[in-house]
Ligand binder design. Sequence first.
Ligand SMILES: [Zn+2]
Length: 249
Amino acid sequence: MISKQVSNFEGLVISVSQYGEDSAIVSFATDSGLVPLLARGIYKPKSQLKPLLIVGNLLKIDYKHTEKGLYIASSLLVIFDASEAMSNYQESVFLLLLSELSMNLYKYGDSYPYKEVSTLISSLLNKGDCLSTTLLLLGTFYRSLGINENVNSCIGCGKKEDIVAYSLQEGGFLCSKCLEGYKNVEPCSTLELYVLKFSFMPINQVYLSKTVPQKEGLKILNGLLNNLVDYFDLHPIKTLPVFISALTN
Ligand SMILES: [Zn+2]
């Protein structure tokens, strides 16, 4: 039995997989968490649902909710169109990375920070810096997944001065005295500490307009991603090498 009630929600397209001959299951992030949305006939030439095929699109969807927990899209309104990213290599690879990482980190039913992520996408498409945006994305994921990194004070003694290193595994900054207790942690540069702290800043105009230095940015990006892969025991992120080469060429 299908319930006849039509409702609507706002959300972000995270991933699309073809379903049957001309339909798709879209992973759609909403206030009710990440949900599977069935888009019937979406690959037919005249389908009005086509904006659901673009990862990064922010949409308002009318849907029917079946008793089996499936959402069926009936019509939609485009709030933010991310399709222009397809004409820019870095931006399109960013969306590939976002999609792969999201589907690795979040399951259906999990809450997903779609408003922050949507703000990051629109900022990137508005001439934002790709590496800086990706660092803010990772910081947003850490927050939403409840992984706390202390980037304000030493995790050993709480001191704010004399910070000389960090360990993502241990949970954040280390002062020179506490660093002595961590044999496998190397001291790092002030710029690296700055970039790490930047990654966890709130998503607002002040931070969205900043550009991090590339060398330190790439090192922190790799560190934050590898730490997620280890923490959740994920497969290596396939789009990462493509993404890094898009950033550096
Ligand atoms: Zn300390």
